[in-house]
Write a protein that binds this ligand. Sequence first.
Ligand code: HEM
Length: 125
Amino acid sequence: QESPAAVTLYAELGENAGISQIVDHMLALALQDTRIKDSFRDSNLKRLAALIKEQFCVLSDGPCRYSGDGMKETHAGLQITSAQFNALAEDLQIAMEQAGIPSRLQNRLIARLAPMKRDIVHIRP
Ligand code: HEM
């Protein structure tokens, strides 16, 4: 029996508590990750964590509203490379793995983030 519409990715990730744990762990890994940690030097980490949680909730069809700024404007001055984008995705995957999220679900969240790459990665002029 299948009911694909019944269960949201949000529910499968463990709702707010699950997403909150994953995002906190992802950011903790990012802040230790020599490939990307310098990018967060001047960031308000509490605000960043709260906004990424909102965004992951929306992306996974949860009952939330994203209240932050757009991805293009936010990341415009940060000169983020494709390799750095992939590094954060890798940290997210590790966080989900350690939270016991099955790879099928990990891939579903990553797939929903992938289209944002074009707004986040800095294209050299
Ligand atoms: C799919 C990948 C990503 C998502 C979903 C994402 C999401 C977000 C969100 C929601 C914000 C807050 C926006 C606001 O302040 O209103 C933000 C800010 C920020 N992001 Fe990303 N981001 C991604 C990739 C990256 C990468 C790869 C880096 C650096 C390596 C990065 C560095 C930052 C920094 C430094 C800020 C904070 C700016 C500040 O507080 O001044 N992000 N991001």
